[in-house]
Design a protein around this ligand. Structure first.
Ligand SMILES: Cc1cc2nc3c(=O)[nH]c(=O)nc-3n(C[C@H](O)[C@H](O)[C@H](O)COP(=O)(O)OP(=O)(O)OC[C@H]3O[C@@H](n4cnc5c(N)ncnc54)[C@H](O)[C@@H]3O)c2cc1C
Length: 388
């Protein structure tokens, strides 16, 4: 993989870094340490700036109005964009724009008008509803939510758990079993308006993640029009899988971004903090933590860019994306943990962003498929027919 950047590409990465450091980081000084939103006026001003720079809509494909920037460059930018306090949960507070729900690009024209375009314009919000109380690692077996056809409608009954943002959403993408005999070939994907009778947010599920939370949902005789099927009946599982594979690369990039910043902070602190009459940087115990951090960082960065490079070339990248997600989320957690240790007591205070990253990175070893499931994906690809 040739990673030498052209002058123009280097300029894009440098401009993103400058934007984060000069525009985002200073605003965070006045926000709650767990904040996930900017003041409205600041948000609008910064959105205007990213539009002017031509960087707005970074996770939107060019054919839907996103910038003509390939996935390797987008990954490098995502690593820069995460380098601030809310960088994992709310990278740049959404001022680079984005749809979030990539599977809507596969929607039909009417669905695009109704859901995709308003979402791209920031007028509607959606949620992704796959995980159920019976399990999220193996949704093909765990999905119990049932959809039964009744005339021009589907009647949906069931429950979902850990669904991010469903309480603030206008619609959601919901996976339900339409043919119980057929396993993964009997799951269909529906677009569901949250004001549909029978749609209930049962409770907010609070987690380690700052101010944001997940939800538990219940569907009781919820009637969804047949034209709200996304893709084809019984082909919903491929939509879920495709989304999860694609999402793993930016997910890994976010972990790397905060870890880069944590390492920068650890080095700066080790070079100025004196204990027992000398700088921390002179102690081998500290030097080794800094070196181990760098090994974790570089490994994560190379694996993630290698996955992005395969995706850019149109080659299969499932194993590479799984490896990147696993190594970046686990490695990022270790980097932040060591950075906290080097900072001593200050490391666990809310004066610094380290404790927030520590909590949020812990979730990243579970969200979008736990590490064990990433290993399972890789084993399946590596062992082929002999996998059980
Ligand atoms: C904050 C947060 C936000 C989330 N947002 C969403 C969302 O918006 N939409 C959505 O659909 N889901 C969401 N999820 C759900 C998430 O994707 C699931 O939690 C995850 O897929 C794991 O499913 P589970 O929790 O049911 O664990 P289970 O499937 O019950 O697995 C439990 C544990 O067992 C281990 N394990 C599982 N399978 C194997 C195996 N084959 N071999 C060895 N070990 C194994 C893993 O360590 C796993 O963590 C969110 C989760 C969290 C925590």
């Amino acid at each position: 993989m040739d990673l030498e950047l052209s002058d123009e590409q280097q300029l894009i990465v440098d401009t993103t870094r400058k934007f984060v450091r000069e525009e985002i980081v200073p605003l965070e000084a006045d926000l709650d340490p767990d904040a996930s939103d900017l003041e409205r006026a600041d948000h609008e001003r910064l959105v205007g700036m990213t539009r002017q720079m031509g960087f707005y809509g970074l996770d939107i494909p060019p054919e839907f109005g996103g910038p003509e920037i390939d996935i390797v460059m987008r990954t490098l930018m995502a690593i820069e964009m995460a380098q601030h306090r809310a960088g994992l949960y709310a990278p740049c507070y959404g001022v680079f724009g984005g749809a979030g729900l990539a599977q809507l690009y596969e929607a039909n024209e009417d669905q695009k008008e109704e859901y995709l375009f308003p979402t791209l314009r920031g007028e509607k919000r959606g949620f992704f509803g796959l995980t159920e109380p019976g399990g999220g690692s193996d949704p093909a077996r765990a999905i119990q939510t049932r959809a039964v056809k009744d005339g021009d409608e589907w009647v949906i009954n069931g429950a979902k758990i850990f669904i991010s943002g469903a309480d603030r959403a206008d619609y959601g993408i919901v996976f339900a079993r339409t043919d119980p005999e057929k396993g993964r070939a009997g799951i269909t994907c529906f677009i569901v308006d949250t004001n549909t009778p029978g749609f209930h947010v049962r409770r907010i599920v609070h987690t380690l993640r700052s101010t944001s939370y997940a939800t538990e949902l219940q569907f009781e005789d919820m009637r969804v029009p047949a034209h709200n099927v996304l893709g084809e009946v019984n082909k919903g599982f491929a939509i879920a899988n495709d989304r999860l594979s694609r999402q793993r690369i930016p997910y890994a990039a976010g972990c790397i971004g905060v870890a880069v910043k944590a390492q920068e902070m650890a080095i700066a602190y080790a070079n100025q903090r004196v204990t027992f009459g000398d700088l921390l940087a002179t102690r081998q115990a500290i030097q080794w933590m800094i070196v181990d951090n760098e090994i974790d960082l570089r490994t994560s960065r190379w694996l993630t860019l290698a996955a992005a490079d395969k995706a850019r070339r149109g080659e299969p990248f499932r194993t590479e994306a799984a490896m990147a997600k696993l190594v970046a989320s686990e490695g990022g957690g270790r980097v932040v943990d060591r950075a906290i240790q080097i900072h001593g007591g200050y490391g666990v205070t809310k004066d610094l962003p380290l404790e927030r990253w520590y909590r949020e990175l812990r979730i990243r070893r579970i969200g979008e498929g736990p590490s064990e499931v990433q290993r399972l994906i890789m084993a399946r690809d590596l062992l082929g027919g002999n996998f059980h």
